[in-house]
Design a binder for this molecule. Sequence first.
Ligand code: KG4
Ligand code: ZN
Length: 341
Amino acid sequence: MNEKDILILAVESSCDETAAAVVRNGREVLSNIISSQIELHKLYGGVVPEIASRKHIEKINQVIREALETAAVTLDDLDAVAVTYGPGLVGALLVGVAEAKAISYAKKLPLVGVHHIEGHISANYIENKELEPPFLCLVVSGGHTHLVMVKDYGVYEILGRTRDDAAGEAFDKVARAIGLGYPGGPKIDKLSAEGNPEAIRFPKAKIPDAPYDFSFSGLKSAVLNYLNGCRMKGEEIVPADVAASFQKAVVDVLVEHAILAAKELGTDKLAIAGGVASNGTLRRTMEKACAREGIAFYHPSPILCTDNAAMIGAAAYYEFRNGVRHGLDLNAVPNLKLGER
Ligand code: KG4
Ligand code: ZN
């Protein structure tokens, strides 16, 4: 290992994945262990916060041990320990934060708290070694839909955001309405392949004077109204057509807004991030639109789009280099704003 290499153990527990990773110099993933609780929460049709916290406590030591073993390193080899401290479910976040603080204290390691969305954005650095700020990033997850200008490492300007539901939330709610279960995103993605995206024309919300903002609650209601209307009239519902048409409405809006922002800001680099960024139609549509406009398009592999700790390690490296250190008074901040420290 090179003299100046920085090895970071990163921990992520903001929602329903208990994850730990070892990342070298922000871009090289030595291990990325994810223990998902999806099977457990499926029974309830969504994440149950109390169950999530308890499960994180059960799993976290094992996940960290596995991350260290897979990377073939020990706690003594590390330069820092990083952890997501917000936004997310407070009880879930606290498990990771307490664990990272304990390791930091016991091993006298610097502690770096990371914003979850900064992690999602930084997932793009892992497989795109040449990607450097400034670039535009569309963040689409279960809790967030943001158009962010990444001005420099750790420096963000939010250009637009959702006014109501996040994109992933809309996927999950529509999936439930057509009987697909939780989490809905991947299921709608799969079912859409068998459906006709032009079968039903769903609305695409535009917000006057805020061209970069999003709104998905009207679309969700339109899908529910369509389903109710069919049931009342005794008309057949074709779930694959509903899924494909809904997905098209979401993807078209995401792509249109992102491309508009890229053109108006004059940036030639556009990245996507967050769980919804693993959506096949979104990736293909954005890729084509970027190619048409001469914009370089970046996206993480699907496993780095959904929650993981490698992305937290990537973000932490740049925070660490910028001198960010947190004390043992670091707390979970469920509504942490991007760019806050
Ligand atoms: O980033 P993430 O793992 O967790 C949050 O930070 O929220 O995102 C989870 C969200 C869920 O709403 C899930 O349904 C959605 O991402 N999702 C997808 C796909 N895979 C996950 N949405 C659409 N298509 C997918 N393939
Ligand atoms: Zn996430």
